[in-house]
Design a protein around this ligand. Structure first.
Ligand code: FMN
Length: 354
């Protein structure tokens, strides 16, 4: 029987076990959106994961949406991340950087003064987000990218990948879920473009495919992953036919031989993302969302998943791998400190196994 604790190779990345730490925004970056020693400690504590996927990290100032999220586009940010990767590697772990461009999900108050909120189309998302300066505010009205600007935004993903490698990451993951920029291109509700990046499914997937190509050109495809969640409605995202969109996307990227597809399992009345993935994708999959230990082992033993990722359990249990292995009780996370600055609810969850 193969189980969660057996090693696996995803593309060019060797994992000591198949327990992946899912990406989690924790809003605790320091000055200039650079990782600090507090962030180093947080990731070090969780390095027994077979693979850590970092919190969503902006490839450019425009890509920032939320307050206190880290970037990977300045010298100080690269230096800060280097300390994180060294700490994780020092514990024998592996870590990839999740590249997250928020697109229209942003608020000026969270951004550098000269940064912009851009999107495939000038459609403001319904809803609000938190800012340190003024509490909850409406999402920005985004500016639609001109056709000749799109390649420049895609190039940011290539540059972010180069910066991630310089910072010592084992690879990069494209955040194409949760209604951020890549998903805004994919989805009919946010992409009303009439150029080669909008309209048909073939055109709507183009920006995402080109982002992956830019990343793979720098890191090699075996160090690039993609995260998707077909049919999710988070951040006011909507697609008329996710089955068509994601079938087209997965069919197109399957031959690229990426390290992995990170799929958030969600069965909506509109689409069964897992069925779409099984029908159109042959590479290794990391599966996520409220997965129990028993189900995780079943998914792995049957060969359906190469690995399984956990977010909230890893947040509250830095030694999650050891706890799962030994059957120890799992601690619960504290909702109040998810995004607050400082060590409380961040680096102070107890470890049973040091
Ligand atoms: C505090 C918090 C922050 C999150 N931030 C991100 C993020 O930056 N990128 C991302 O792809 N998913 C993010 N997620 C989603 C998780 O990666 C995961 O998909 C979700 O929590 C379900 O997995 P779980 O049942 O193991 O918690 C976040 C989740 C939480 C709880």
């Amino acid at each position: 029987m193969t189980n969660l604790f057996d090693p696996v190779r995803l593309g060019d990345i060797d994992l000591a076990n198949r327990v992946v730490m899912a990406p989690m925004t924790r809003s605790r970056a320091g000055a200039g959106d650079a990782p600090t020693d507090l962030n180093v400690e947080y990731y070090r504590q969780r390095a027994s994961a077979g693979l850590i996927v970092s919190e969503g990290t902006q490839p450019s100032a425009d890509g920032k949406g939320y307050c206190r999220t880290p970037g990977i586009h300045s010298v100080a940010q690269i230096a800060g991340w280097r300390k994180v990767t060294e700490a994780v590697h020092g514990e024998g772990g592996k870590i990839v950087l999740q590249i997250m461009h928020c697109g229209r999900i942003g608020a000026k108050l969270n951004k550098d003064p000269d940064a912009e909120t851009i999107a495939p189309s000038a459609i403001r998302a319904a809803g609000q987000m938190f800012t340190d300066a003024a509490g909850m505010v409406d999402f920005d009205e985004p500016r639609a990218l001109e056709t000749d600007e799109v390649p420049g935004v895609i190039a940011e993903f290539g540059q972010a990948t180069a910066n991630a490698l310089e910072a010592g990451f084992d690879g990069v993951e494209l955040h194409a879920a949760s209604g951020y920029l890549p998903m805004q291109f994919l989805s009919t509700g946010t992409n009303k473009r009439t150029d080669r990046y909008g309209g048909s499914a073939e055109n709507r997937i183009r920006a995402v495919v080109e982002m992956l190509e830019a990343m793979a050109k720098v890191a090699g495809p075996g160090r690039v992953g993609i995260r998707i969640c077909p049919g999710v409605l988070f951040n006011d995202i909507h697609d008329d036919d996710p089955r068509e969109t994601y079938s087209a996307l997965l069919k197109t990227i399957d031959p690229m031989k990426l390290a992995y597809l990170h799929l958030i399992l969600l069965q909506t009345p509109q689409v069964d993302g897992f069925a779409v993935a099984q029908a159109n994708y042959t590479g290794p999959m990391i599966l996520n969302d409220s997965i129990t230990l028993e189900r995780a082992n079943q998914l792995i033993d049957t060969g359906v998943a190469a690995a399984v990722s956990f977010a909230r359990h890893f947040l509250a249990n830095p030694d999650l791998v050891h706890r799962l292995r030994s059957g120890a009780e799992l601690a619960r996370f504290d909702r109040k400190t998810l995004y607050t600055p400082g060590s409380a609810g961040y680096t102070d969850y107890p470890m049973i196994y040091k």
